[in-house]
Ligand binder design. Sequence first.
Ligand SMILES: NC(=O)c1ccc[n+]([C@@H]2O[C@H](COP(=O)([O-])OP(=O)(O)OC[C@H]3O[C@@H](n4cnc5c(N)ncnc54)[C@H](OP(=O)(O)O)[C@@H]3O)[C@@H](O)[C@H]2O)c1
Length: 336
Amino acid sequence: MPPPRALRTHAFEVQDDGAPLVAREREVAAPAAGQLTVRVRASSLNARDLPITTGRYSRPVPPGRVPLSDGAGVVEAVGDGVTRFRTGDRVLSSFHPNWIYGPLPGWNNLYGLQLDGWLTERITVSEQNVVAVPDHLSFEEAATLPCAALTAWSALAGTGAGHTVLLQGSGGVSVFALQFARLFGAQVIVTTSSAEKGARLRELGASTVLDRTRFPDWGKRVRELTDDRGVDLVVEIGGAGTIAQSLTALAYGGRISLVGNLASGEGMDLTRFLQRGATLRTITVGNREDLEQLARTIGLHRLRPVIDRVFPFEQAPLALEYFARRSRVGKVVISH
Ligand SMILES: NC(=O)c1ccc[n+]([C@@H]2O[C@H](COP(=O)([O-])OP(=O)(O)OC[C@H]3O[C@@H](n4cnc5c(N)ncnc54)[C@H](OP(=O)(O)O)[C@@H]3O)[C@@H](O)[C@H]2O)c1
């Protein structure tokens, strides 16, 4: 049999000097056995995409790499032996392509770093690297799930009715965490940076919103608001700069899900964890099995991701500039 023919596609590539993304026509391999080609219809931005596309990532990004881990589209062609999907199926990407279940196999097989990502019209991947899009979601909505939603899902594991959760900010992970916490019956306190964002977070179900610019000591304020009990869980996106406040806010025996490091800061005395009897759990997005369960739950409850703004494919560099400004609540999406 002749080898499958390569297809033409348009994609955005990272440049080696941190210069803005450049659009190019490229070849995408036709699907080999076990692979499928997706006509990508939408992608979404995450915090990691900023350093990856501007030459500031902690690991090398080869010039010419196509960025973005998150995308959704239609299966356009399938290779021999593909059984999970058919042409015409709607699919979304799995953040860790080689992590199906069990423990994390490592951070060495990631879109935008070692693999070309989803800021493209077409991509060919293993059939194991995608999951079905919930029926009620648009491609734009589905493209928000692979990283931020799954991270929030993993961070909240074990949370339910009767729990109080503390979230930080109005970005992709925290807004999904707010939606899931409410779905699970938990009460939510959120810190944010403006009254306008606070109003939106209340609309989305936060019972209390604290302006972190007015209450730099928000940990103490959270204790007051919870009759000195503290919260059961903190989804920690600030990291070094916020974790001391998070520990102050935490109930005895509570848990911190460590997700991000947006707030720079000094180290802290680890005995404070012992004093609180606290558990620190690190989050590494999640595996495909969890993504499938998350997609099923979103489908059952007809939950809709919060999208701040959608940009057309040609304006992907503008979408990244807008994302960097952090004036948004929820996700920034690119429509392909
Ligand atoms: N470990 C993992 O598996 C994983 C997965 C996904 C993301 N992450 C990391 O998690 C973090 C959040 O990701 P994301 O995609 O949600 O980012 P994002 O959408 O860019 O979130 C940014 C928001 O976070 C809030 N924020 C910024 N600086 C803050 C600070 N110093 N203290 C408290 N809040 C602050 C701001 O909201 P307000 O203006 O409302 O305060 C800001 O708009 C990033 O560090 C990212 O790299 C980790």
